[in-house]
Design a protein around this ligand. Structure first.
Ligand code: SF4
Length: 340
């Protein structure tokens, strides 16, 4: 389809959202926006982008921050490994590349947390390098317009879609083309109820003529969800509460939570040994269910008076007033908002 790039970029010029990272060619700011927007909706990511740019206007400022500061600013966005990688990469660029952010696909790919998609996005948006981006939006648009049934999560599918995107990309304005196809997927050719009735590609769209829109894109594997059962001991008095840092290589690494026991399935209170008897708890919460991409967390919170327990060394006693300085998983935050 020779006019694909023209149709899609014309559509983009008329329909794009005004977003601050589209007004810059600074690879640092584009990188910030791309990392924030992975697994995050634009309306949620926007305020985080603005906070990060204000707090850390340069790569040097981000490199000089503490990990705790970065995680605290990231709080609520989830997928915290993104924030740790962000900080790590800022320090690498500061120490090893004299603070100069690379803008070519090959040099970007050498950095931690930057895969094919992010490297292509930064290289094309900041440097107009001809590198196609292939993200979820692009898979959806191409699989529908060309009615492709090859699974997007197979190696064959990845190769096929990458080659197709490489053929279609505008050689004059590759950055704008990449923005266009992603925006088209986000606003027009949406996962549910795409706007086919008023679409610049409707005459050419093979999924529309073959009535296969709801079947595209095809995925081979179903995501398996693991159930996990967390039982938290909330030790507090009027002004203080106990937090513990999660150090294991697991979800929420380096974030703070309450002392926890994890069990393989739902557990009766008598099976839980916090070093305190669960019958001495002043209250027990309802079950909180917290959904992550591959995990479903079932959490219950047992509240105790702080004075009842001799504390282990790894615990931090924190004043309620200082809680903001500690990065907390959204689950803990939800409990604090609701119950404390
Ligand atoms: S016609 Fe529908 S399915 Fe095809 S590209 Fe347009 S919005 Fe997407």
């Amino acid at each position: 389809m020779t006019d694909f790039h023209l149709l899609i970029t014309n559509w983009y010029r008329q329909n794009k959202r005004d977003l601050p990272w589209r007004l810059t060619t600074d690879p640092y700011k584009i990188w910030l926006s791309e990392i924030i927007l992975q697994q995050t909706r634009v309306d949620q990511g926007l305020s985080y982008y603005l906070k990060f740019v204000q707090e850390f206007p340069t790569i040097q400022a981000l490199a000089n921050a503490s990990e705790q500061q970065v995680l605290a600013l990231w709080q609520g966005l989830g997928y915290y490994s993104r924030a740790r990688n962000l900080h790590f990469t800022a320090k690498t660029i500061s120490n090893e590349l004299n603070g100069k952010f690379p803008n070519s696909f090959t040099s970007l790919k050498k950095l931690k947390g930057i895969g094919d998609y992010t490297a292509a996005a930064i290289a094309s948006f900041s440097n107009n390098e001809i590198t196609p981006v292939v993200d979820g939006n692009v898979y959806r648009v191409l699989s529908r317009v060309f009615n492709i049934a090859t699974p997007i999560d197979s190696s064959q599918g990845k190769k096929l879609f990458y080659e197709l995107a490489s053929e279609l990309i505008s050689k004059e304005n590759p950055g704008e083309f990449n923005q266009s196809i992603m925006e088209f997927g986000a606003l027009q050719c949406t996962p549910v109820k795409p706007n086919c009735a008023d679409c610049v590609l409707s005459e050419k769209c093979l999924a529309l003529s073959n009535n296969t829109i709801t079947e595209r894109p095809v995925k081979a594997k179903k995501t398996k969800i693991k159930n996990r059962y967390f039982h938290y001991a909330v030790l507090s008095n009027e002004s203080q509460i106990v937090l513990q840092k999660r150090i294991e290589k697991d979800i929420w690494q380096h974030l703070y939570q309450f002392p926890v026991i994890e069990t393989d399935g739902p557990a009766h209170p008598s099976e839980l040994h916090f070093g305190l008897k669960t019958k001495d708890a002043i209250s027990v919460s309802e079950e909180f269910v917290h959904i992550l991409s591959h995990q479903k967390i079932h959490a219950r919170f047992y509240r105790f008076e702080l004075s009842n327990k001799k504390l282990d060394q790894e615990y931090n006693i924190v004043n309620f007033k200082e809680l903001d300085e500690y990065p907390l998983p959204r689950l803990i935050d939800k409990f604090l908002e609701k119950e404390i």
